[in-house]
Design a protein around this ligand. Sequence first.
Ligand code: FE
Length: 356
Amino acid sequence: MIFRQLFDQQSSTYTYLLADGATGEAVLIDPVFEQVRRDTALIEELQLRLLYTIDTHVHADHVTGAWMHKQRAGSQIAISAASGAEGADRYLTHGDFCPFGARYLSVRATPGHTSGCICLVLDDESMAFTGDCLLIRGTGRTDFQHGDPHAMFRAIHHQIFTLPETCLLYPAHDYRGLTVTSVGEERRFNPRLGGELCEDDFTGYMTNLGLPHPKQIDIAVPANLKCGFAACDPSRMAEPSWAPLSYTFAGIWEINAQWLEENLRAVQIVDVREPDEFNGPLGRIPEARLISLGELAQRAGELGQDRPIVTVCRAGGRSAQATAILRRSGFEAVANLAGGMLRWRAEGRVVENGSV
Ligand code: FE
């Protein structure tokens, strides 16, 4: 099985990617709208196929990426029937299964943070995804969205603490950088409801938290009640249109080499190798100008804002760094030639000054 824990810094949200390594079928738990491009790049690089997204509840602190993933990957949207959300493809209830390849997640209703919260338990009970119900040494809040500390206490004790002691628990958030816990640990050490603490202790704790109103709630909840449908300005998620580009999990835009070969004069090609390489046997791309990587930050002003920039080097590594330098220098339309001159030549593309 493939498993990745992804983090959104803005909302401190964890998104989880699970996939069956044999079939490539994948599931995303709690995707974040602003991270759809990143998550898509990872799914593509790992050669997976996203079957569906599952939201553990209607979030108040970020907009779900469910609808945007559906637009891009054709994935289905799953959320609990009790969430009250519109526009999902699948409405989950307690005891349902969410299969991916030969593996599956089972659904447990765990109301308390919201009335529609669910936890997802992996088939062998080695890991569970607790949403905003049980957090690491904490719990989700219970003071809005039909929150109910009594329901939460019972959900945690009956649906989570009944899992094997060694079952790893992955929450939807952590605000201190903690990443994972286990059933045994939380039963003993959770300061709100672990050890000998009873339901009254818990409700006393929860009604006196005095937390501030979530910043994003007025935007996030209405959007999430529609599964993130057209949640934000679509231009924020628009792809650059000046050339066929792809986005990598490393955070770099890469240009399609075929398009570049056919449009050499539509862009500024910046070769960031050293002069002896630029004049060496690998040759160079026609129209390319030499600005070595070490000089790029100082000499960026020599480049124009009128045409997009494509960076090139021997194998595509230095030129990837060059895209970051150029962005810092105020150039928005910048892309890397992945694979550099080595791949360009291997593909038999046009070269100037090269030896055969
Ligand atoms: Fe929440």
